[in-house]
Design a binder for this molecule. Structure first.
Ligand code: NI
Ligand code: MN
Length: 225
């Protein structure tokens, strides 16, 4: 499993020959100007919630690639009206895709489209694929529901928001990594706007002090599990 960071909460996940994009907000991110969305491959686009900083490039990439959008029922209904194929899910639901299974799990946040219309409830994803399991938290507060995840899934990586203000901050993300029982963390949702800037070295040190490994990738860099 190869995981590429495209800035903010945008990820590319490659499982065998399948390309999955998560929350593409790239063309509107000045820090990601070196990433060309026209060149991104996508068989699936996973969307955690309807906020602009998670959906900006979904329509353009889905229409170009024919990717299937996977998200909550309300977001899928929105994209189906635009002629985009979707796979609707809701909390607690799990589905076997050709790359592995995806479970849509709780996130404590909100989910409105940029025009103010209802974007369902926000979520996160647990992906089990190619013998590697990951949790993509989405925009969320720390929540006890995270403790449900390790009852069923042994995670190899937890992808957690760190920026604070709109989501968990660093201290809560450390607790979240305890809740999901995973000491390998990829941080996201930081630095894009003034409200969510973090001190990278201080963040890494705080995780290290708890014997956890926080990775912060440059935009365009990847890790392999
Ligand atoms: Ni949000
Ligand atoms: Mn966000």
């Amino acid at each position: 499993m190869k995981i590429t960071f495209y800035g903010h909460a945008s990820l590319g996940i490659q499982v065998n020959d399948v390309d999955i994009l998560v929350d593409p907000f790239i063309s509107g991110n000045p820090n990601a100007s070196h990433i060309n969305i026209e060149q991104l491959k996508a068989d699936y686009i996973l969307v955690t919630h309807a906020h602009q900083d998670h959906i900006l490039d979904v329509e353009a990439i889905a229409k170009r690639t024919g990717a299937v959008v996977v998200s909550n029922f309300e977001i899928i209904t929105h994209y189906e009206k635009l002629g985009i194929e979707g796979h609707p899910m809701n909390y607690g639901g799990k589905w076997d895709f050709d790359f592995g299974t995806v479970k849509y799990v709780n996130a404590i946040h909100t989910s409105s489209f940029p025009d103010g219309s209802h974007g369902g409830q926000p979520g996160g994803f647990v992906i089990e694929g190619e013998h590697k399991n990951i949790y993509i938290a989405g925009d969320t507060a720390l929540t006890y529901d995270m403790k449900l995840i390790p009852l069923q899934t042994k995670l190899d990586l937890a992808i957690l928001p760190l920026g604070d203000n709109f989501t968990m901050g660093i201290d809560d993300a450390i607790l979240a990594s305890d809740f999901v029982a995973c000491d390998k963390i990829l941080g996201y949702h930081f630095d894009t706007f003034g409200y969510i800037e973090i001190d990278h070295e201080a963040a890494k040190r705080k995780f290290f002090e708890k014997e956890k490994d926080l990775m912060l990738l440059e935009i365009g860099d990847f890790i392999e599990l």
